[in-house]
Design a protein around this ligand. Sequence first.
Ligand code: PLP
Length: 373
Amino acid sequence: MSIPLLDLRAQYAPLKEEILKVISEVCDSQHFILGPKVEQLEQEIAAYCRSTAAVGVTSGSDALIVALMAEGIKAGDEVITTPFTFFATVGAIARVGATPVFVDIDPVTFNLDPAKLEAAVTERTRAVIPVHLFGQMADMDPIMAVAREHNLVVIEDACQAIGAEYRGRRAGSIGDYGAFSFFPSKNLGCFGDGGAVTCNTRERADLLKILRNHGQSRTYIHDYVGGNFRLDALQAAILSVKLRELDNWSAARQRNAAEYHQMFAAAGLDGKVVTPAEASYPVRHIYNQYCIRVKNGRRDALREHLLSKGIGCAIYYPLSLHLQNCFAYLGGRPGDFPVSEAATSEVLALPIYGESTTDQRACVVDAIAKFLA
Ligand SMILES: *Cc1c(COP(=O)(O)O)cnc(C)c1O
């Protein structure tokens, strides 16, 4: 049995007619950049995320960059985040010229450890970017408390967490901004690149809209140097159709995760595999990824084995960001962030997408149990 890590064709099939119809509408209108389809999506995303406003942008990476730009964060400023995230979180900080400062993660949630946050704050710190990794939200209350105490802007990296909740509040509605990605493999994916920024005031939304369009407040009148971060109408139209199904897809991922939990418990892999746990605080985990931890240094061998049997799996992420060549100037050393470094050597993401089947999960767990026996 060949089991892909992600197969989006099954998700597309029942929506195909509706999606082709809206694509055709956009083509007939020949209105491709921003416009009514993007405005409609922005309203829908703001409502879905229970946030004041949302602004459509070109990608999750650009969502982070434009939020940092809106706060005027620049060279000499420090921005705190974790070293265990997709590159773009830290890349965005460097792109605006600011200095990334890392704080280690919590070993259960893989998210920024709030107990270690305050020690990283200096008089140069301007912002903190908590990442809601794999679809589970960071412990936002203590993070917000430290941020408010030190007057820091909070940008939630919610690229993997649309619809995730923390104590009943949605990702992107707690901080000053939320950055979302519609990359195809996210829970809500478009047919190319796309993203959105949520924010908690109208003023912030207005400024984001100016910045995403080269800082033009009126045509050819530039009050700021922004960029071309505009979402296009085709992606927005597709996303509006898909957004209606998002809760069903996330619920299916939760059911699949619960099945994996039971299957792993029954397989007797104690001490060999740690399944992903939900946080001690109340969450709605949307399982963008289901990442097990493989103990005893066997992760890479297990990965090779699964791939050789046609079972899709992947490592998110293999190298803690403080050890990346491009961040060598920050002076990071092995051992600086031990929880993050341990995660990079143990995590393995398994197929979790909504349409994957119980038989496939049984096959995955069986292959893992036999290999680690
Ligand atoms: C996907 C992702 C991004 C970047 O989003 P793109 O749309 O690919 O630019 C940023 N941060 C995290 C945590 C992500 O998973």
